[in-house]
Design a protein around this ligand. Structure first.
Ligand SMILES: [Zn+2]
Ligand SMILES: [Zn+2]
Length: 332
């Protein structure tokens, strides 16, 4: 009998599904690509045809211009070559999907990036039991435990209200994290206008067009210093320490990222208020998900592969690393 998943080949630049003649999240332009979600390390420009959720296609359209391809909504299933393909929510960012592949009686799930926590800006992760689970392992070490999101948001609000002569500047990835932080702030009762960096404007508008309300947002650029006192300003991580932020009134620099669990990272980035808010599964969620799906094999795409592989082997699940290149979740 052929080995499990023998119809899938992995190359440094991505996963190739031979009977579909299609690549998953390839880092090089390909004639046909299946894309899990819109982050730049997974969704690149220049492919011939793209199959992705309508939200992901819209995000790619914003970044790379109109995509030729086919939208596949959650729950819909399409035949690509000799493979049945469907997209199932991954809970990572708007439109993010696990890609479910069925061929010759085998079911293979490619998780893409995923998380299990509730997130008001995207659909919750749907577990799909399968033969092979191809998973990420960004936070694949037992030391990674993401705290409760509401608690982190409350720390942010507490800091804001403790000195209203300052503003709190939050660094957050432009796709997903920024909108999630805004949405979580609204849920915690913060209704004041939130000021955003210009680089976030179009992505926030796209979220709103897809039915994710973000409340009143104002562009921070050109706003007098005094108006920003006691306000929350959100910017991409790269803008935290650059010239742009010098015009803000004595900002408390915060950063929303799973990496803020590591104190040294926060210090290196001059972050005064580290907020541990991640769009990836932590160690507990990675291992619980594998227990829940009961795959016969686990293939690990990127992150801290070693520890997760070891965990699988000690739980009698065959596991291997795929050694793909080009995935970067450093700003999560
Ligand atoms: Zn991602
Ligand atoms: Zn990623």
């Amino acid at each position: 009998m052929a080995r499990l998943g023998s119809w899938i080949e992995t190359f440094p630049e991505g996963i190739y599904v031979r009977p579909a003649d299609a690549w998953i999240d390839p880092s090089q332009p390909k004639p046909r690509a299946l894309i899990t979600h819109g982050h730049g390390d997974h969704a690149r420009g220049g492919h011939g045809a793209v199959l992705a959720t309508p939200e992901t296609l819209a995000i790619m359209g914003l970044r790379y211009g109109e995509q030729s391809g086919q939208p596949v909504a959650y729950g819909e299933s399409v035949r690509v070559g000799d493979v049945e393909v469907s997209f199932v929510p991954a809970g990572h960012v708007l439109g993010s999907a696990q890609i479910v592949l069925e061929h010759k009686g085998e079911k293979i799930v490619v998780s893409g990036d995923y998380k299990r926590r509730a997130d008001p800006t995207c659909h919750e992760f749907v577990p799909v039991p399968c033969d092979v689970f191809i998973t990420e392992a960004t936070f694949g070490l037992p030391v990674f435990h993401h705290p409760d999101t509401a608690g982190e948001i409350d720390r942010l609000l507490h800091r804001l209200h403790s000195d209203e002569s300052r503003c709190v500047l939050v660094g957050a990835y432009a796709l997903g994290k920024a909108q999630r932080v805004i949405s979580e702030l609204r849920r915690r009762g913060h209704e004041d206008p939130i000021y955003i960096h210009g680089a976030l404007e179009r992505m926030c508008a796209l979220y709103e067009e897809h039915g994710i309300p973000l409340g009143e947002l104002r562009l921070a650029t050109g706003v007098p210093k005094d108006e920003l006192r006691g306000r929350i300003v959100i910017a991409p991580p790269g803008a935290l320490n650059d010239r742009w932020s010098r015009r803000l009134p004595d900002p408390v620099t915060a950063m929303a990222s799973g990496w803020m669990r590591i104190r040294q990272r926060a210090r290196q980035a001059n972050v005064e208020l580290p907020l541990v808010i991640s769009d990836h599964a932590d160690w507990h969620e990675l291992t619980c998900t594998i227990r829940e799906l009961k795959p016969r094999e686990v293939w690990i795409t990127h992150g801290r592969e070693e520890a997760l592989k070891h965990w699988c082997l000690t739980h009698q699940i065959k596991a291997c690393e795929l050694n793909l290149v080009g995935y970067e979740d450093e700003e999560d």
